[in-house]
Design a protein. Structure first.
Length: 161
């Protein structure tokens, strides 16, 4: 795999991984690349320094405590969105477009758009879309993880994974 520092025509910088430099060139030429920040299809390689292999040991994986703390923060964010946001569920795309036409704010909304709907919204220049993987609200235990028991049922139409 080849790592490239990339930038779009709007100045956003991000990373990309490709099977080969030819693969990057083909995808860029075909318009198959997209800036994850603004959705611009005009993406090119940015200036980057050389990657020097020093033989140094790889960093160890994050500690269990750090992972647990990060998951706790992610669960806190999920609770905030669910308590303060509006869930459009499977009607996310149509509701966002309806509100956009009316000029109604969509400050904190979430739902379950399909991949095609997300592409359509980006093509229509709808800003602020993000695919966020929702962590379970409760820490995983053997009873809830599928390794020895059933998971806790979610509210129907909750729009979260």
């Amino acid at each position: 795999m080849i790592h490239y520092a990339l930038r779009c025509d709007k100045g956003d910088k991000f990373d990309g991984w490709f099977d080969s430099s030819d693969r990057f060139e083909k995808e860029a030429k075909a318009g198959g690349l997209e800036c994850p920040c603004c959705g611009s299809p005009k993406v090119e390689r940015d200036i980057m320094g050389p990657h020097v292999v020093t033989g140094a040991k790889k960093k160890p994986p994050p500690s269990k405590e750090l992972v647990e703390a990060m998951m706790a923060q992610a669960r806190k964010a999920r609770r905030f969105v669910e308590e303060n946001g509006e869930n459009f569920g499977r009607h996310f795309a149509s509701e966002v477009l309806r509100r956009r036409e009316k000029g109604t704010p969509t400050d904190l909304v979430y739902g379950d758009p399909t991949h095609d709907e997300v592409i359509r919204l980006k093509e229509m220049n709808v800003k602020g879309l993000a695919a966020v993987p929702w962590p379970d609200l409760e820490p995983a235990t053997p009873e809830k993880s599928g390794r020895g028991g059933a998971r806790k049922a979610r509210k129907p139409g909750s729009g979260v994974n």
